[in-house]
Design a protein around this ligand. Structure first.
Ligand code: HEC
Length: 115
């Protein structure tokens, strides 16, 4: 992974966030989805970011298509199961006390950062 591409990926994720912030569509579904994503982002920041922002121990970095591609291909259910039970060097629930439902929200947030 070269730096320029990494910067592009981060920049892309950032402009997506900006787009969300600026969206003033009155559609309730979009607003609800936006809210649940920002809750998920909050859960991520408190419980998962310490490893997943930097790639500690090989943790796939959020928004990094190359790192997530083959993992994402397993499907959301498998990813949630791995996150809940632990996987390789990833401790069960990342060592947090999050519920299965909250873990799922964070995993969905991860996947939403890849488009
Ligand atoms: C202590 C560091 C650490 C924390 C905290 C952590 N992770 Fe991880 N995570 C890892 C590592 C390391 C891997 C890669 C494991 C491997 O492939 O061997 C990983 C992999 C994953 C995967 C991919 C599993 C797969 O099937 O490829 C998911 C999903 C995941 N973490 C979700 C989370 C969530 C959600 C949280 C917060 C609740 C979290 N992680 C917190 C270290 C961490």
């Amino acid at each position: 992974m070269n730096r320029a591409r990494l910067a592009g990926v981060i920049g892309g994720a950032f402009s997506l966030l900006l787009l969300w912030g600026c969206s003033d569509s009155g559609e309730p579904a979009a607003a609800a989805q936006q809210q649940s994503l920002s809750q998920a982002e909050e859960l991520y920041r408190k419980n998962c970011k310490v490893c997943h922002a930097q790639g500690i121990n090989g943790a796939p970095i959020v928004g990094n298509q190359k790192m997530w591609g083959p993992r994402a291909a397993q499907g959301v259910d498998v990813l949630v199961e791995h996150a809940v039970n632990g996987f390789g060097l990833m401790p069960p629930r990342g060592g947090s006390a999050l519920t299965d439902e909250e873990i799922r929200k964070v995993v969905e947030y991860y996947l939403s950062q890849l488009q």
